[in-house]
Ligand binder design. Structure first.
Ligand SMILES: NC(=O)c1ccc[n+]([C@@H]2O[C@H](COP(=O)([O-])OP(=O)(O)OC[C@H]3O[C@@H](n4cnc5c(N)ncnc54)[C@H](OP(=O)(O)O)[C@@H]3O)[C@@H](O)[C@H]2O)c1
Length: 219
């Protein structure tokens, strides 16, 4: 598949590594420009591009920048994406350490719903509770006992299935985390966040989540 990755940090860098190794055609962007991504490009074979170009022709786009940077993404960056593109949002709201106060989220809007509004396109929430290093280290073949499972939330069934299939290729099971209105179940501070359990453990953790955002994730 043609995959555009916007953000080349902990998560974006490791997704670039694994997805390129699986044979996907990966374009990757950061805020400073493609000339700053030559080392990652040489290592992985991915194509470094400007953020405005990263989604061009892509069937999957990964938005993996700090939440506070989402409004700074280039206007219309998804305009050239393939029809039916699945847009993955890995984001988390960290108001105290990084993002500052975002009133709509404090008022109860799930963080990925906020991101969706900012970029003007539906998103699938995935990888947000996954340690970046685990993307490199913990993928296992289908059927491996205790294979780690990742929750995936979103409203578009076709896009969600595309994302679940891609995560399976990366070596992880998935659990349907419901629509984006349910995506608070996998936000920071929930039982599933950072959870390395298998499908049963992730189903249980999602069911035990509280919609109340813990104090350390509020501002
Ligand atoms: N770290 C983890 O283990 C982890 C796990 C799950 C989820 N997450 C979430 O995933 C998101 C990304 O986390 P991360 O740890 O990968 O972040 P990170 O290491 O800080 O990397 C952020 C990346 O975003 C790029 N960026 C920032 N503003 C941009 C813009 N306006 N246009 C294009 N690119 C831009 C940065 O480019 P420059 O370097 O050029 O500025 C950098 O490549 C966050 O919401 C985080 O909470 C992180």
């Amino acid at each position: 598949m043609k995959i555009g990755i916007i953000g080349a940090g902990n998560i974006g860098g490791n997704l670039t590594r694994r997805l390129a190794a699986l044979g996907h055609e990966v374009s990757v962007a950061n805020s400073r420009g493609p000339q700053t991504l030559t080392a990652l490009a040489e290592e992985t074979g991915a194509t470094p591009v400007a953020a405005a170009e990263a989604a061009n022709g892509a069937q999957v786009v990964v938005v993996t920048v700090p939440l506070k940077a989402v409004p700074d993404l280039p206007a219309g960056f998804l305009d050239g994406a393939a029809e039916g593109v699945a847009v993955i949002d890995t984001g988390n709201y960290y108001p105290q350490q990084r993002d500052g106060r975002i009133a709509a989220i404090e008022d109860g809007l799930p963080e990925s719903r906020w991101t969706e509004q900012q970029i003007g396109h539906p998103v699938i929430k995935a990888f947000n509770g996954t340690y970046a290093q685990d993307i490199l280290d913990r993928g296992r073949p289908q059927g491996t006992p205790d294979r780690q499972a990742l929750p995936v939330a979103g409203d578009d069934p076709a896009a969600k299935q595309t994302v679940r299939d891609l995560i399976d290729e990366l070596g992880f099971d998935t659990v349907d985390g419901g629509g984006l209105d349910e995506s608070w179940r996998q936000q920071p501070g929930t039982p599933v966040y950072g959870n390395r359990g298998d499908v049963d453990a992730i189903v249980k953790a999602l069911s035990e989540a509280s919609p109340e955002r813990p104090a350390e994730f509020r501002a």
